[in-house]
Write a protein that binds this ligand. Structure first.
Ligand code: NAD
Length: 483
């Protein structure tokens, strides 16, 4: 699909949401209209009303038709009702529409909005579909639960490339990657490796990698040292809120969720139910989301007009209660009056804050997914998790090694990732879930099935199993700690 030119009217889907949602959406749309945005708006219902009508996803099936038709979604915050059974609308929308990139610009507006970081201008690019948010969890034994962290090569390639393309489009100088690959060598290791593979295709952009713990500390302490930061889902979830908060206010940040087929734009804050219906809420976060949307649909001129008028309003000291500071702000206004003030400044530029100039999205064809030769796979064993309430590894080893056969032999037993047999440490704390690793250099699925059958015959309860493979001769599994 061609990128719409700024002269074309663009269909978008709008949801007014819950709590303060309807007020801030009305204010935002009024500003867009007065700025000359060319939009054909379709409205859908999402959120509390839909949840309470018995739809646990918070969005009616018919609303997907609108989203698939317009491919652009401007969404106000919603209230997720208390109590179990309600699925997160955000997670559902991201997954249904394949919105793999969450982009959150975190900018400080010093000295007009209070912040300890006057020169902060960081964009967090968060992977949006994978990682622990795949939501794959198990209770394996009475004492143990597990969650799977899923990091894929294509998923990581998409988000890392998006971060570099974003940096190029917005003339950013550096992309930083945060992972924990000193511990998570396979999953975060893959993400880091892909960052190192793709980065050199953008020689004009500096790149660096930090382990997430010290990287997060540095981001919170000296955010001005960062530019674009790309991260797997969980770290991005946590650190994008930290970044928005230290920039000055979560009430001022918007975000986009971008996919190959559709995109969603919103404020980062929630529905603030206690402020609803009082003409108090700050519409800036949603307006920032709407500006990201205007750039996305190619209405660059309108995006600049709105953003520069908004910056001028902020620097003129016209503030809603959440950012109003006595003696520093000039006028405390409500939602509607704030929108009026922005509208009155359309066409004006900020005088102290930096005015924005956006460039159109690159029109180059999207980069095709790299095809790589299929690796040589060798099945070399199986991890069998068994429930062993006695919690004594040596006794378990004596029992379970009776199933050795067909070239498969018990190599080690681990508990919570730590090797406890052979040569376990007597101080290691054990739960009831033991991972028994059987290795056989060139084994077969039949050999593994037969081994599992022998474990069951022995009277042991199998909690779960994982096949062990080598890829091009390299282990596709990690050693246990202490192994
Ligand atoms: P919240 O963001 O709604 O409110 C946190 C605090 O910030 C409150 O003090 C609130 O008054 C203030 N605040 C937030 N936005 C403001 C604005 N625009 N102007 C002025 N003040 C503002 O977070 P919460 O209280 O934890 O959640 C309330 C509801 O929102 C919950 O049901 C939650 O599930 C939902 N929520 C929705 C989204 C979303 O739709 N994307 C995101 C987060 C939370």
């Amino acid at each position: 699909m061609a990128t719409p030119t700024s002269a074309t009217s663009t269909p978008i889907t709008v949801a007014y949401g819950d709590g303060i949602g309807p007020e801030i959406m009305a204010a935002t749309l009024r500003i867009l209209k007065e700025a000359g945005a060319r939009l054909e708006i379709e409205t859908i219902d999402v959120g509390e009303k839909v949840y309470l009508s018995g739809n646990t996803s918070g969005i009616a099936a018919s609303s997907w038709d609108s989203l698939r038709r317009t491919k652009v979604f401007l969404k106000a915050p919603i209230t997720t009702p208390q109590g179990g059974g309600y699925k997160s609308l955000n997670v559902t929308t991201r997954k249904m529409l394949g919105l793999y990139a969450n982009i959150r610009p975190c900018v400080s507006y010093h000295p007009f909005v209070r912040t300890r970081h006057p020169n902060m201008d960081v964009v967090i690019v968060r992977e949006n579909e994978e990682d622990l948010y795949a939501g794959i969890e198990y209770q394996t034994t009475p004492e143990e639960t597990q969650a799977l962290k899923v990091i894929t090569r294509p998923g990581s390639e998409k988000i890392v490339r998006y971060a570099f393309e974003y940096a190029r489009q917005y003339n950013r100088k550096k992309v930083t990657c945060f992972t924990k690959d000193n511990i998570l060598k396979m999953t975060d290791g893959l993400f880091h490796k892909i960052f190192d593979e793709i980065g050199p295709e953008y020689p004009e952009i500096e790149r660096e990698h930090w382990i997430v713990d010290i990287g997060a500390a540095k981001l919170a302490d000296t955010p001005e040292a960062f530019d674009v930061v790309v991260m797997p889902n969980l770290y991005g979830d946590v650190l994008s809120d930290v970044a928005a908060q230290i920039a000055g206010s979560v009430g001022l940040a918007g975000s986009s969720n971008i996919g190959d087929h559709a995109a969603m734009f919103e404020a980062i804050h929630g529905s603030a139910p206690r402020r609803a219906g009082q003409n108090l809420a700050n519409p800036s976060g949603l307006l920032q989301g709407a500006v990201l949307m205007l750039v996305h649909i190619g209405q660059i001129d309108i995006a600049e007009r709105v953003q520069n008028a908004w910056l001028r309003t902020i620097e003129d000291g016209i503030h809603t209660y959440d950012i109003y500071v006595e003696g520093q702000s000039k006028q405390k206004v409500g939602t509607k009056e704030f929108a009026d003030a922005v509208i009155a400044r359309l066409g004006k530029m900020p005088e102290k804050l930096k005015a924005v100039h956006y460039s159109p999205k690159p029109t180059a064809a999207p980069v095709k997914r790299a095809t790589r030769p299929a690796p040589k796979k060798d099945l070399v064993g199986v991890d069998v998790y068994v429930e062993w309430p006695a919690k004594n590894a040596a006794e378990l080893a004596a029992k379970i090694s009776q199933v050795n056969g067909d070239g498969l032999a018990l190599e080690m037993i681990a508990n919570r990732g730590m090797k406890v047999w052979p040569d376990g440490s007597p101080e290691t704390f054990c739960t009831d879930s033991f991972r028994c690793r059987f290795i056989g250099s060139a084994t077969t699925p039949e050999n593994i099935l037969a081994l599992l059958g022998r474990v069951v015959k022995l009277g042991l309860e199998i909690a779960m199993t994982e096949n062990l493979r080598n890829y091009d001769g390299k282990a596709g599994f990690t050693l246990a700690q202490g192994q």
